[in-house]
Design a protein. Structure first.
Length: 80
């Protein structure tokens, strides 16, 4: 029988994903618009915001600039 993992672990880069998604909601930016910002379709943009570890540095900086996320907040959300 498989073991049950009862401890709550945070997904890597979850805080960064919440920051990006929250800024998009506040500024009323949809997935299609975010896709246009980083040069992909809306489905891919939505997937990358859910798993920000897949974002490239240039895509992340473009999103942060266009969503008006201060660099300090962005740095604080990135975990190494």
């Amino acid at each position: 029988m498989p073991k049950t993992n009862l401890c709550k672990r945070e997904v890597p880069h979850a805080q960064l994903g919440r920051l990006l998604a929250g800024a998009a909601v506040v500024q009323k930016v949809g997935a299609e618009e975010m896709g246009a910002m980083i040069g992909c379709c809306g489905k891919t943009a939505r997937s990358r915001v859910r798993n920000p570890g897949d974002l490239t540095v240039s895509e992340l900086t473009r999103l942060a600039k266009r969503l008006n996320i201060p660099i300090d907040e962005l740095r604080a959300a990135i975990r190494y």
